[in-house]
Write a protein that binds this ligand. Structure first.
Ligand code: ADP
Ligand code: MG
Length: 846
């Protein structure tokens, strides 16, 4: 950091040329604001500019603000400058918050340097309190609205609209209240004409200078009203179009013209268009004010106007009216959060937030309303997860406490290992063993980056169960991985006199029968397999621990299958795909999480590079070189064969090309998911033994495959894969002592694709990569499947509302530990029960 102070960069970063005048404050601010906006839009990837990275540009610019800036202001920029100097090393979350901070600071700066001259002040507009309108509409003759009043019965909705609303799944009052706007038209953005920005919505209050109503010279059925408006800062053209014969009459045109007499004050809200004549409005909302000070009557002009998802035959106005008609009902809805808690967390009352989300008076109220509702969503989610955790762990389980001392199988196993456990492995194993010793079943997730040595921890945990006279099961997501685990175990277990077998979908029927018999009579101590283990005939004599490898989560359904067998074993899930914290909290909130946050020593970092398709020969040269050194290489493709019509290279094709044309002197293997299981095993075996040196594969090698001699990973069409997936694939190399390489072949010219891949080139931190992946692709994609237990969130965003999520988690924990049955929070309890009901009913909510 000290070095950062001494560096004095050129005052002309990124855009300016040498010899240019130093930029004025205005230009300086604008350039920085643009850079920040671009960076935010691109997902905080530290954009590469023409000459330097975003972070370098920011740090340099903040060091050299224009001379006009007051010394006090300069000083306030200093901490930001320091942070940008370290931007590259920050997590995406930190980057985002730094960018936000900086934008706020610059915005304040801009405000403070704006001359306070009176004519520049934004126009004034008085709004009538729109909740009055609403309560008028709510003069229900048929008694008060209830949450479950059918919408058809609401005055101001009517049966026709109700039918249309039903098409959106909105049947009763409650549904409509919870039908949040998708977006807002910001007509609350009150500006002077000189401050209009094309592409933004705005409201202007100005006086009429000219009015002209005429029939379009090109279309006799189109009437056009053109106004020229003026305020002290400039002029503005407004056009309104009227299609239809009746509008073309001279009388009607005259009437229009009379509506907007010269000198009248009008309030105009709309989207600002950029035209050759400067900014203009086309078909905006317009209202003539009785006097410049008079309030507008319109309930749209000058407001933040909600935009709802619509359906056919249901216009925006109808939907807004319907919401306005039911909204007063929330005033009588009870508040689920205690007042103390609410004020501690600075949360609006829920009723106010519901009103504010539909009918915000300004941005501030909108943000505060949103925060409260997001909090509630997260709170319910977390309460639900904690409740599930309680249910999971409150059933009686087996306390696994092996007779301690020398004689244990675990002890012998750890001694047999050719290496000591890393500190992290020891810690996590201790956490697991402490859980196993409890008479409640464990529900724990172990996260550890690729190659952090989870398998050893899994085996030691299983042996702990076996030491206590129980059986263990190890489940893998693919047959390849199950077989590999089995082979690893076969390396140790015979020496430890532990019996072990493999059960997958392709286990022959006879072998299967024997095996099941041995399981039931307790002869078989350890069973390795795929989810075939959950099938009905599989009965254990005394199952103590199930380890699920390489899974994001072991679903509730699968857990219930185990329970259905009358067992409540301890459960350990392991995953190498780091999950961003917000996502982890949302789907693993019911699990304890252990982190193996240390790699075994002696690993050389993997060198990662991006190649264009035309540079593929470089990758082949590297493979040749490494194979000559006794190493091996993977080549991964997105497709099995060309039958899946597309331009992508396929594994089958590439295998043919590599074995016949590129590496005729080498043995090239092929592995993909459509091969029969024994063939897959044979291919991996040959590669592991070195009988073939290059393995062409699909992503079936993604998880778990462990061949220490492999030192090259070439990934074709890398732009097609998720970042976390690429990180997994890369983890197949660098498992031995040799320096390893990962080459990402990028066939796309897309700038975003490049940027995504650059994250991988730059970072080997699985968490950072996962965070980026979440930001760039969204939670559904990152988790791979839609069934991964993702929460039902209408407003909350896992990428943007992390802070609120943490808060909600903490509050949920506080509430649950003080009041596990939620008897002192009856409303929360009811909301939770309703949520559960919805979820178990499988109702699609969003
Ligand atoms: P992952 O966490 O990706 O499942 P593995 O369990 O497959 O990782 O381990 C990766 C490699 O590291 C294996 O070859 C394993 O034998 C080795 N390994 C595991 N723990 C250690 C350790 N403490 N010291 C050295 N090597 C280790
Ligand atoms: Mg593993």
């Amino acid at each position: 950091m000290a070095a950062g102070h001494q560096r004095r960069p050129q005052p002309s970063p990124l855009t300016a040329q040498p010899g240019d005048q130093p930029p004025g404050l205005d230009t300086w601010l604008r350039t920085l604001q643009q850079a920040l906006e671009l960076e935010a839009r691109q997902g905080f990837v530290d954009l590469m500019g023409r000459q330097q990275r975003f972070s370098a540009f920011m740090a340099a610019s903040l060091t050299a603000p224009p001379d006009e800036m007051a010394a006090a202001e300069r000083e306030r920029l200093e901490p930001l400058r320091c942070s940008f100097a370290e931007y590259g090393a920050l997590s995406p979350g930190r980057r985002q918050s730094l960018v936000r901070q900086c934008r706020e600071r610059l915005h304040q700066l801009r405000q403070s340097v704006r001359p306070p001259a009176a004519p520049m002040a934004p126009p004034r507009l008085r709004l009538v309190d729109s909740s009055n309108n609403a309560s008028r509409a709510n003069a229900q003759p048929s008694g008060p609205l209830r949450p479950d009043t059918p919408l058809a019965e609401i005055k101001g909705v009517g049966p026709r609209t109700a039918t249309r609303l039903a098409a959106l799944g909105l049947l009763v009052v409650r549904d409509l209240v919870h039908y949040y706007p998708r977006d807002y038209l910001d007509y609350a953005n009150l500006v002077r004409i000189s401050g209009l920005e094309p592409g933004r919505t705005a409201t202007v209050v100005a006086s009429v200078r000219r009015t002209h109503a005429f029939v379009s010279p090109r279309n006799p059925n189109l009437a056009i009203l053109e106004l020229q408006l003026a305020d002290p800062t400039g002029r503005l053209r407004v056009s309104k179009f009227f299609a239809g014969k009746r509008f073309a009459s001279p009388a009607w045109l005259k009437g229009q013209q009379r509506l907007y007499p010269l000198g009248a004050t009008v309030a105009v809200s709309g989207l600002v268009k950029d035209t050759p004549y400067g900014p203009a409005f086309q078909d905006p909302l317009m209202e003539v004010l009785e006097s410049p000070r008079a309030p507008v009557k319109s309930d749209a002009i000058g407001r933040l106007l909600p935009v709802y998802g619509l359906t056919e035959g249901l216009g925006a106005d109808r939907l807004r009216q319907a919401v306005t008609a039911v909204l007063p009902v929330v005033a009588r809805w009870p508040e689920p959060l205690p007042a103390r808690l609410r004020s501690e967390l600075a949360l609006l009352p829920r009723a106010e937030a519901l009103r504010g989300i539909h009918n915000p008076q300004d941005q501030e109220q909108l943000q505060a309303s949103r925060r409260r509702l997001v909090f509630d969503e997260f709170l319910l989610l977390q309460l639900g997860l904690l409740q599930r955790r309680r249910e999971l762990t409150s059933r009686p389980g087996l306390a696994l406490t092996p007779a301690s001392g020398q004689g244990t199988v675990v002890g012998q196993f750890l001694e047999l290992l050719p290496f000591p456990l890393t500190g992290a492995q020891q810690r996590v194993l201790a956490e697991i063993q402490a859980d196993l010793a409890q008479p409640q079943p464990m529900a724990r997730l172990v996260q550890g980056d690729v190659g952090s040595g989870k398998t050893v921890v899994a085996i030691a945990s299983l042996l702990t169960a076996i030491d206590s006279g129980c059986q263990g099961a190890l489940m893998a997501p693919t047959e390849v991985l199950a077989e590999q685990h089995y082979n690893t175990l076969c390396g140790w277990l015979p020496q430890l006199h532990v019996s072990c077998a493999l059960l997958t979908g392709s286990t022959p029927a006879r072998r299967r029968r024997e095996l099941l018999a041995d399981l039931t009579n307790g002869q078989l101590q350890l069973l390795v397999g795929t989810h075939a283990l959950l099938e009905d005939p599989v009965q254990f004599q005394r199952l103590g621990l199930v380890v699920v490898d390489e899974q994001h989560r072991f679903g509730v359904a699968q857990r219930n299958r185990l329970l259905g067998k009358g067992i409540q074993p301890h459960l350990l899930t392991m995953t190498a795909t780091p999950i961003p914290r917000t996502l982890a909290l949302s789907i693993h909130g019911d699990l304890e999480v252990s982190q193996i946050d240390e790699l075994p020593p002696g690993r050389t970092p993997i060198r990662t590079a991006m190649l264009a398709a035309s540079e593929r020969h470089d990758a082949y040269a590297l493979i040749r070189e490494q194979v000559a050194l006794g190493q091996r290489a993977y080549v991964v493709l997105p497709l099995v064969d060309d039958s899946e019509k597309s331009d992508l290279r396929s594994a089958v094709d590439t295998h043919r090309q590599l074995s016949e044309e590129v590496f005729p002197e080498l043995s090239v293997g092929l592995l993909h998911g459509r091969m029969a299981s024994p063939d897959k095993q044979a291919a991996i075996g040959a590669f592991a033994r070195g009988e073939c040196q290059v393995l062409v594969s699909t992503t079936v090698v993604e998880v778990g495959v462990d061949v220490p001699e492999a030192s090259v990973m070439v990934i074709e069409h890398a732009e097609r894969f998720g970042l976390s997936q690429l990180h997994q694939l890369r983890g197949r190399v660098g498992r031995g002592a040799a320096a390893s390489h990962c080459l990402l072949i990028n066939d796309s010219r897309n700038a975003l694709a490049r940027q995504r891949l650059e994250v991988l080139v730059r970072s080997s931190d699985g968490f950072e990569i996962a965070e980026m992946d979440l930001r760039l692709r969204g939670p559904g994609q990152v988790l791979g499947t839609r069934q991964s237990g993702l929460p039902d969130l209408a407003l909350a965003s896992l990428t943007d509302d992390g802070e609120v999520l943490e808060l909600a988690r903490e509050v949920a924990q506080r509430i649950t530990s003080a009041d596990p049955e939620l008897s002192e929070h009856p409303l929360l309890g009811r909301m939770l029960a309703e949520q559960r009901h919805r979820l178990t009913q499988g109702v699609q909510l969003n």
